[in-house]
Design a protein around this ligand. Structure first.
Ligand SMILES: *[C@@H]1O[C@H](CO)[C@@H](O)[C@H](O)[C@H]1NC(C)=O
Ligand SMILES: *[C@@H]1O[C@H](CO)[C@@H](O)[C@H](O)[C@H]1NC(C)=O
Ligand SMILES: *[C@@H]1O[C@H](CO)[C@@H](O)[C@H](O)[C@H]1NC(C)=O
Length: 393
């Protein structure tokens, strides 16, 4: 009974491959002709060096700075404690850029000293929270008196008394005001109103790290219950698609930031990181339980939007973000995307703490285990922050 199916599927796959190879080529040619101004995307690093070009190398001598006992952990991301196989390996992979020296690992003591008295704010969705928890755990490893901090509308955060440093996360999944209670016709997003959770903190922090990304997908808001965009209190007409809405929200949030964030504040935009659902969406049994990294070829197969795969979102969303940020030279772009595409090994997957959690919610192939990949993003951020602090002196 199985043979006929195999015979049918194979020719179809071959046909698809042949058919897809033509648009693939023309699209990658387009990507190469991105204007030179996009070089600013590499932040404060020297222009001659492309940090995204390189590979992951396993360094079995490497040890993470913090353990499963970090008091700022979220249990669903605590993969060591949740017994994910080979969990220690996730933080031993080290990114080696091919033409430049790698980011230095964060030195928590000297970072806290350098940022004495400063406040660092993360604003955006749970991936920014994931990112911040890595920073909190690294810093708390050297400050025994670190304590939870949750003021000014912060969702979570920490205070480090040894150097009077505050780090907070403000949850604002689409940055704009959104009504997640929804109505029969969808979810209202006011493109010109920043969410309450962060609109009052633009004068409070010395460093702001923004992100938004995975809420801008049809898997989250189905077409019959879409995001409905409002401007000046009225529905935008004709209605915007979800990606047009993203562009409109970014434009108006960037204007708000330009107007309300003091010029001395370091503004960082963290790009969308990739998901790794294999074999289906998050709610269709998509999985990421392997501890293997993707090859360069697999990365293109999974993420090139021309292939129409379930993970294409990252590059599509990042294209919109990059063009919105073009012209806002005040921002440093933290390009976590490319290096993270290889890391199909680094998500919590099935190991979410509760015995049957994944059966209810699906596997988590979106957030990242800690310790793990976000520790490398922290090294990138630390580099940017330290350069900012030095240049301000
Ligand atoms: C940097 O390298 C990555 C990975 O090879 C590539 O996708 C990207 O286009 C490069 N960026 C620039 C500005 O050349
Ligand atoms: C933000 O500030 C405005 C005006 O000062 C105030 O009305 C509002 O309640 C504040 N919101 C939050 C969340 O603190
Ligand atoms: C997911 O897997 C379960 C158990 O194997 C199965 O019952 C269910 O139909 C699958 N769901 C989808 C959407 O494939």
């Amino acid at each position: 009974m199985k043979y006929p199916i195999v015979f049918l599927v194979f020719p179809i796959c071959l046909l698809l491959l042949l058919f897809l190879s033509t648009p693939l080529v023309s699209i990658s040619n387009k990507a190469i002709s991105i204007p030179a101004s996009q070089d600013g995307a590499h932040g404060h690093h020297s222009d001659s060096c492309n940090f995204s070009s390189g590979r992951w190398i396993l360094d079995t001598t490497k040890r993470p700075l913090y353990s499963a006992d970090c008091p700022f952990h979220r249990s669903v991301w605590n993969c060591g404690k949740n017994k994910k196989p080979e969990a220690e390996k996730m933080s031993q992979w080290t990114w080696k850029p091919s033409k430049c020296s790698p980011w230095a690992s964060i030195k928590p003591h000297s970072f806290l000293r350098a940022t004495q008295g400063m406040r660092l704010g993360f604003i955006g969705d749970s991936l920014n929270e994931n990112f911040m928890v890595s920073l909190l755990c690294s810093l708390s490893a050297v400050d025994a008196k670190a304590r939870k901090w949750k003021r000014r509308g912060a969702w979570r955060g920490a205070y480090f008394p040894s150097q009077d440093v505050t780090v907070g996360y403000h949850r604002a999944v689409v940055l704009s005001k959104i009504n997640l209670a929804g109505t029969g016709s969808g979810f209202r997003v006011d493109i010109d109103i920043p969410a309450d959770d962060w609109s009052n903190v633009t004068q409070f922090y010395d460093v702001l790290v923004f992100n938004t990304g995975h809420w801008w997908g049809y898997d989250k808001f189905p077409e019959d219950l879409p995001l409905v965009f409002y401007k000046q209190g009225r529905p935008v007409w004709p209605p915007l698609s979800i990606r047009e809405g993203l562009a409109a929200v970014l434009k108006s949030m960037l204007e708000f930031i330009d107007d309300s964030v003091p010029a001395t504040v370091l503004k960082v935009w963290r790009l969308q990181s990739p998901r790794h659902f294999h074999g289906g969406e998050w709610n269709q049994n998509g999985s990421c339980s392997s501890s293997d990294l993707l090859s360069s070829t697999q990365v293109e197969e999974w993420f090139d939007p021309a292939n129409g795969g379930v993970n294409r979102e990252e590059r599509e969303v990042n294209d919109v973000i990059r063009s919105a940020l073009n012209g806002h030279h005040g921002f440093v772009l933290l390009d976590v995307a490319k290096i993270s595409e290889f890391r199909a090994d680094a998500h919590p997957s099935l190991w979410l703490g509760g015995k049957d959690t994944h059966l209810v919610w699906g596997q988590d192939c979106l957030h990242w285990c800690l310790p793990g990949l976000p520790d490398t993003w922290v090294d990138m951020l630390v580099d940017v922050v330290l350069k900012h602090v030095q240049s301000a002196q």
